[in-house]
Ligand binder design. Structure first.
Ligand code: SF4
Ligand code: SF4
Length: 234
């Protein structure tokens, strides 16, 4: 069954129950996301896709569309709220893009560009989170983690289904952890998958770095907005 919704005053048809963030993208309306990955279950952790639905602010990745729904995406106040959330993510970690292996391929950086972020309006916290390098093939740059939980939920031991990554503690003490024994059993393609899935430069494959020349990196070839609207896997 199809339903009618409006986004920024324009009417669209959509499948009943489809996810709002996907419906918007399918109709050419970009809503930034960081934890959400099309085709995978919603995590709802980063809130970067916040929009107004019938007057209430909600994360668009968590909202199934329903008939008559009125959505505001580019209304200035709600757009500014999304920008603020992204600025907060920058100020809560240590992000020195020019020296980061993920630069040009980083979803946080790419979303920052899309939202025309120049600098965070929040004070930088400069957290001290020691790097983790005990695993044979994985290096964790913990202070770049945005706690999206992609690695926690989607990267599991292939034999047992156990989680390889976890988040310890909460709030400003939160820290991404890795089960070194399980990590050392990951086949090379799973290590690469984990590094690709991490939206920032926190999960890195050892022995690989700066392997794509500037100008040829993913989001330099095609922006995160274009990729989202073309339904490409990011
Ligand atoms: S993780 Fe992304 S935002 Fe952070 S320093 Fe690296 S490129 Fe920049
Ligand atoms: S390590 Fe990467 S994928 Fe895992 S929670 Fe942190 S940012 Fe997300």
């Amino acid at each position: 069954m199809s339903v009618r919704i409006t986004i920024d005053g324009k009417e669209y048809k959509a499948g009943d129950g489809a996810t709002l963030v996907d419906v918007a993208a399918d109709n050419g309306v970009y809503i930034p996301t960081l934890c959400y990955k099309r085709g995978k279950p919603c995590l709802g952790t980063c809130r970067t896709c916040s929009v107004r639905v019938n007057g209430n602010v909600m994360a668009a990745c968590t909202v199934p569309v329903a008939d008559g729904m009125e959505v505001e995406v580019n209304e200035p106040e709600v757009a500014n709220m999304r920008k603020m959330l992204v600025e907060l993510l920058f100020s809560e970690g240590n992000h020195n893009c020019p020296s980061c292996e993920k630069s040009g391929r980083c979803e946080l950086q790419a979303v920052g560009y899309e939202l025309e972020m120049m600098v965070s309006r929040f004070p930088y916290r400069f957290p001290v989170r020691p790097r983790e390098h005990a695993a044979k093939h994985i290096w964790l740059e913990r202070d770049r983690c945005i706690f999206c939980q992609r690695c926690v939920q989607f990267i599991r031991d292939r034999e047992t289904g156990q989680k390889i990554f976890s988040i310890d503690h909460r709030g400003s003490h939160a820290s991404i952890e890795i089960d070194v024994k399980l990590a050392d059993r990951m086949p090379p393609e799973q290590v690469r998958e984990a590094a690709r899935l991490c939206p920032v430069g926190c999960i890195l494959e050892k022995g690989v770095g700066y392997d794509q020349p500037i100008g040829k990196r993913k989001f330099e070839i095609k922006s995160i907005r274009e990729r989202a609207l073309e339904r490409e896997r990011q």
